[in-house]
Design a binder for this molecule. Structure first.
Ligand SMILES: *Cc1c(COP(=O)(O)O)cnc(C)c1O
Length: 365
């Protein structure tokens, strides 16, 4: 392998990974049906329930990145002709809507301006227009740095008999997520954001209502690989072969989850809240414009327009070349004029933030 440079990761994912997680990945491979490995899977599921704050039996990690979790949520719940209400306020809301359309659903997009949350009332209006199978929404919209309030929308959806699908890819372990308390039916995440594990797995959880809906389908799920009723026969008590589990990634996830629970969810949320706030105040001081609406800003992912006169691409290139620091460019309507700066998991540390701010100052002033 070529000698790969060591970076400090402040983009929208992947985030920095703790040394003990990398060491876990380097452990010898074992069989995916080995009793010792199966025990590790049980541990992973138990820790995921704690982090999702759910008692859902069906809680596991999809072999694939966050988008695979998104696809698993939708392909299992939607059948051709079903109505899906999808909240769209950025790239990941658009992706949800696109996958729902590919499932053959009739998609009703409830849109908000980029940087603002989708209003509860607009979702309620869509629910009042007629029955919907699901309401899908993105908790932490990584393209804009916006935090979408979930509780009211989830309650309204349930009252209207719709299942709630929540994208917690960038939120889980960074800001509070409470699957059971909020009444979320399917919630998925990704390993490489606030969990600080390499990319490659998508933690997911299904409520009993969601599993009942998946079992009551008129036709089988079009994707064999992502059919939750088949995969749970491996993650559940049966331990039937479905596909070969990515052993090293599950070692890494186990260690990553252990670190999260060792720190404690509240302490972790507080760390993100505090350092994210410091970053945002410092950026404003340096002439950046925060793109998400005040009151709805994510501490772990900040989208900010660069100060006028700064060539965003050149400055971002200097951060990487001269400082070994990665930040993300703008997406969609923010492309070419904004940065997306992540302070997620292991990247969200006081000393790292100081180095980041000093480097940003040097390349933009
Ligand atoms: C990163 C991200 C995804 C997609 O995850 P991948 O791991 O890139 O497939 C989905 N939703 C949100 C909100 C994300 O930030």
């Amino acid at each position: 392998m070529p000698d790969m440079p060591v970076r400090m990761l402040f983009g929208p994912g992947p985030s920095d990974v703790a040394p003990s997680v990398l060491e876990a990945m380097a452990r010898p491979i074992m069989g995916h049906l080995d009793p010792a490995f199966v025990e590790l899977l049980d541990d992973v599921a138990r820790m995921l329930r704690e982090i999702f704050r759910t008692a859902n039996e069906v809680t596991f990690a999809v072999s694939g990145t966050g988008s695979a979790g998104m696809e698993m949520a939708l392909v299992n719940l939607l059948e051709p002709g079903d109505r899906a209400i999808v909240c769209v306020a950025g790239v990941f809301g658009q992706r949800l809507a696109e996958i729902a359309r590919r499932c053959g659903a009739q998609v009703d997009e409830v849109v908000a301006e980029w940087g603002s949350p989708v209003p509860d009332a607009a979702v309620r209006e869509a629910l009042d227009r007629g029955p919907a199978k699901i309401v899908a929404l993105v908790h932490a919209e990584t393209s804009t740095g916006m935090r979408q309030p979930v509780e009211r929308i989830a309650r309204d959806a349930r009252e209207h008999g719709a299942l709630v699908v929540l994208d917690a890819v960038t939120s889980l372990a960074g800001i509070p997520v409470s699957v059971d308390e909020w009444g979320v039916d399917v919630c998925y995440s990704g390993t490489q954001k606030c969990l600080s594990v390499p990319p490659g797995l998508s933690p997911i959880t299904f409520s009993t209502r969601a599993m009942d809906a998946a079992r009551a389908r008129r036709e089988p799920v079009r994707s064999w690989y992502l059919d939750v009723t088949l995969i749970t026969r491996y993650w559940g008590a049966d331990r039937v072969y479905h596909h070969t589990a990515p052993i090293s990634m599950l070692y890494a996830l186990h260690e990553g989850l252990r670190l999260v629970l060792d720190e404690g969810l509240e302490a972790r949320w507080e760390r993100h809240e505090r350092l994210g706030g410091e970053l945002q105040a410092a950026l404003v001081e340096m002439g950046f414009d925060l793109l998400a609406e005040e009151g709805f800003r994510l501490p772990q992912l900040t989208a900010a327009a660069v100060p006028s006169g700064v060539d965003e691409r050149a400055a971002r290139g200097r951060l990487l070349d001269e400082y070994g620091i990665e930040v993300g460019g703008g997406l969609g309507v923010f492309a070419g004029r904004a940065w997306r700066i992540g302070l997620m998991g292991e990247s969200c540390r006081e000393d790292k933030l100081e180095r980041l701010l000093a480097a940003i100052l040097a390349v933009t002033q």
